[in-house]
Design a protein around this ligand. Structure first.
Ligand SMILES: NC(=O)c1ccc[n+]([C@@H]2O[C@H](COP(=O)([O-])OP(=O)(O)OC[C@H]3O[C@@H](n4cnc5c(N)ncnc54)[C@H](O)[C@@H]3O)[C@@H](O)[C@H]2O)c1
Length: 352
């Protein structure tokens, strides 16, 4: 197999680090760009340097570059230096709630940073597959318009036609996104445009809840990772609104990266895919708390606030039908129990 030159942005983050390890493991050369900006966004608990150190020890042909994707000249120079075959763009300000405090920075990183990378690709390696990690927040709160039933521990879609979840035809305008959802929507549209207008092999993946042991989970980002940290440390946790019955679908970072690989091998320019854990890996907040309590044998110290997060999804399950039909070689390999067990083991190892 031909060896690829792969660029991963956000390479010390949850998805970026999984991509680095995966493609390095296949024998490709990987350049990772990350300036540890997660620490600026979320303070010391968001620091990703531990993950960078881990990668340096676990990889063979990985080069780490501390570059800010907002630095257009720096990005262009990097693309001038390497001829990339695959670009996996995961660097972001990833928090829905944080964005309101840092509106300009959020836009510069999420929207402008993405355009810098798309344009550098067009100028230097326009045939390279480009993967943009987008988010289900581009749909804003439009998914909340689906008719819902309130069950004992979760909300669920009441119309059978919605059973598989939200598909890519959900509208992305005339809905409340949060500034984060809006800056990601701008980047998402730009990425589609580079695929459609320029015919470049760009794929857009709209993530549900992405998770795994390499998350530097903080209160404002990384739901399961943070909930586990809280469970094991005894710190307080607040559930915001909807009686804790809001539903998220969770996907392991490995399965996310496997979807990227399928796309990179057979790209379809400008296509958009929802990518999450689907119905099988969906869980409500209160169900997640019970499962984590059972797994850790500890009570989660949680309280309830009536005030829901603005623009929060009440029930979000990613419909994976399109992804599976375009890429039949892809499927979920980790169920929710195995994801949680792996994360508990990794958290416990960190504590001891
Ligand atoms: N984690 C989720 O639940 C989730 C859900 C949907 C979509 N996404 C999207 O997936 C992508 C990856 O998310 P993640 O969970 O791995 O996030 P993460 O915060 O763990 O990783 C992002 C990395 O990007 C780096 N970074 C931030 N700004 C940068 C900049 N200006 N220049 C260089 N590096 C920078 C950070 O230091 C961090 O290591 C993001 O685009 C995010 O919006 C994540």
């Amino acid at each position: 197999m031909k060896s690829w030159n792969v660029l991963v942005t956000g390479s010390s983050g949850l998805i970026g680090s999984e991509a680095v390890e995966y493609f390095d493991g296949l024998g490709h050369k990987v350049v990772g760009v990350d300036n540890n900006m997660r620490r600026d966004f979320f303070g010391p608990p968001g620091d990703t340097l531990w993950n960078l150190e881990r990668l340096k020890n676990s990889t063979r042909q990985f080069t780490a570059v501390s570059l800010d994707i907002r630095d257009r000249a720096g990005v262009m120079a990097l693309f001038g230096e390497h001829r990339f075959d695959l670009i996996i763009h995961c660097a972001a300000q990833p928090s829905h709630d944080k964005a309101a405090d840092i509106a300009l920075l959020d836009f510069e990183v999420n929207a402008m940073g993405t355009v810098n990378l798309l344009e550098a690709t067009r100028q230097h390696c326009r045939d390279a597959a480009f993967i943009f990690m987008s988010t289900n927040k581009v749909y804003g709160d439009a998914p909340n318009e689906k008719p819902l039933s309130e069950l004992e521990t979760r909300f669920d879609y009441s119309d059978h036609a919605d059973y598989e979840g939200i598909n890519e035809s959900c509208r992305i305008d005339r809905t409340m996104h949060s500034l984060f959802g809006a800056s990601k929507a701008a980047a998402d549209i730009y990425a589609q445009e580079y695929g459609r207008y320029f015919g470049m092999p760009v794929g857009i993946f709209r993530g549900g809840c992405l998770t795994g042991p390499s998350h530097s989970g903080v209160e404002l980002h990384g739901f399961l990772s943070y909930l586990l940290k809280v469970a094991l440390s005894g710190k307080p946790y607040t559930v915001f609104g909807y009686k804790g019955k809001q539903v998220r679908d969770n996907i392991h970072s490995f399965d996310v990266v496997r979807a990227f690989e399928e796309f990179a091998r057979n790209p379809r320019p400008g296509e958009v895919y929802n990518l999450g854990g689907g119905r099988a890996n969906s869980v409500s907040m209160i169900e997640a708390i019970s499962r984590i309590e059972a797994l850790t044998d500890r009570k989660v110290n949680w309280t309830y606030s009536e005030k829901a997060r603005k623009g929060d999804h009440i029930c979000y399950i990613s419909d994976l039908t399109k992804l599976k039909s375009h890429y039949p070689g892809w499927s979920l390999t980790r169920n929710l129990d195995s994801i949680l067990e792996e994360m508990v083991a990794s958290e416990k190892a960190d504590i001891s």
